[in-house]
Design a binder for this molecule. Structure first.
Ligand code: UD1
Length: 385
């Protein structure tokens, strides 16, 4: 007779669906290969992201089963949004009594899950633990620190994340797992090449354009920073190369209020949010990426696309040290200098991914995660060893 484990994954925002996908596959493989232990996997969606383009498309493209429960929380101020999630998640955890809750990354969905499970003494595994920007003004930084400290199993993607956890006294709960987003890129970049028609649709050649995103509160909620970034995108598109800009809903809502007279330059191609395959295809073919997203900095690095990060710091310091990422903040001059630098370096055939696997693992993070979860539950005698 095999032992059954009830594992619950909690997601809510776009980057979390992308991190969940390889875990779903790893659980399938584990169940096929194990006669003694079987994992029953439940997926809870908080509904933080709800549009087709921000949510459903990722479940479809990445073949993630539809969530067992969707709380439909939607958007709102941080307290309201997180509070509604907390109430909903607590009820589910009390009803379903999972053996472990898996949380991902640094969103309001992450912290709500962490808090609800910790109070009910349900063990928590945190995927992408240990990331720090050391900027407490970022809501994500608060979410990360709080989630790490109440989690039982900390799956840290990079040596820096491991060191951060050690510095906070969390070493004994830390596992070096590699980065699960690297798994997703490895599993899907060939598929993207085959299936995505985005380059044809936009009439773009590989290596001839930049990919850009902007959605962080620190940029969108600061009129001066947003102005600098939007004007820089226009300047780059006019003076350098076409810029493809899939616009996050947050930015789309805010832009007309902050910059009512702003108009996109001819070569600034503004799109609705894209699915994963189109995005991977665009990053893989871009001459450079301009972003304030954590995930895109990594994906650009995995796909050897030089990056300009429009933030004042990054959690992914290894990408900078390796020579693949430049931190510019929202300073227009620094952004333009970085663009010129990448124009020059790409012409010289610059590469920077020699230490990719040393830093981010081998694209087997989801497999490592499942094995560590089983080991953890055995060590707590929640399942027989
Ligand atoms: C969240 C995460 C961030 C992550 C990002 C990825 C937090 C604190 N932040 O920020 O870590 O990098 O997701 O996208 O959890 N909206 C839509 N449609 C949707 C979803 C959102 O229109 O499907 C709009 C909302 O109305 C709102 C805005 O986007 O005005 C922001 O949504 P929010 O839930 O706060 O998350 P993000 O800003 O995306």
């Amino acid at each position: 007779m095999s032992t059954k484990i009830k594992l619950m994954s909690l997601v809510g925002a776009r980057p979390q669906f992308i991190k969940l996908a390889p875990l779903v596959k790893a659980i399938e493989v584990f169940n096929e290969g194990s006669s003694s232990t079987q994992v029953d996997h439940y997926i809870i969606h908080t509904g933080q992201h709800y549009d087709h383009g921000m949510s459903d498309i990722f479940f479809d493209e990445l073949e993630i089963p539809h969530p067992d429960i969707n709380l439909g929380v939607g958007s709102g101020p941080h307290g309201v949004q997180t509070g509604k999630m907390l109430e909903g998640i607590e009820k589910i955890l009390m009803d379903e009594k999972p053996d472990m809750l898996v949380i991902f990354g640094d969103t309001n969905s992450t912290i709500a899950g962490a808090l609800a499970a910790a109070k009910l003494h349900i063990p928590i595994a945190h995927i992408e633990a240990g990331l720090r920007s050391f900027n407490r003004k970022m809501p994500e930084e608060v979410n990360r620190i709080m989630s790490d400290h109440v989690s039982d199993l900390l799956l840290a993607p990079t040596p820096t994340a491991i060191a951060n956890l050690k510095n906070e006294g969390l070493e004994s709960r830390t596992i070096s797992s590699g980065d699960i987003m690297y798994d997703t890129v490895m599993l899907n970049s060939k598929l993207a090449e085959k299936k995505s028609t985005i380059l044809e649709k936009l009439n773009l050649e590989k290596g001839s354009y930049a990919i850009a995103t902007c959605h962080r509160a620190e940029n969108t909620n600061d009129p001066q920073r947003l102005t600098h970034i939007m004007n820089s995108f226009n300047k780059i598109a006019t003076e350098h190369l076409p810029v493809v800009f899939p616009m996050h809903p947050r930015t789309k809502h805010i832009l007309p209020n902050v910059l009512p007279d702003w108009k996109a330059a001819e070569n600034l191609i503004i799109l609705e949010p894209l699915g994963y395959l189109d995005m991977v295809q665009l990053i893989g073919g871009a001459k450079m990426a301009l972003t304030d997203s954590g995930g895109l900095q990594k994906e650009a690095f995995f796909l050897e696309c030089p990056c300009v990060t429009m933030r004042d710091e990054t959690e992914w310091t290894e990408t900078v040290e390796a020579g693949g990422n430049i931190i510019t903040g929202a300073d227009p001059e620094k952004i333009m200098n970085a663009v010129q630098h990448w124009e020059k370096m790409t012409a010289q055939g610059h590469t920077f991914t020699e230490k990719l696997q040393e830093t981010f693992g081998e694209g087997k993070s989801a497999d490592i995660t499942i094995i560590e979860i089983i080991k953890f539950l055995e060590s707590k005698e929640m399942i027989p060893a």
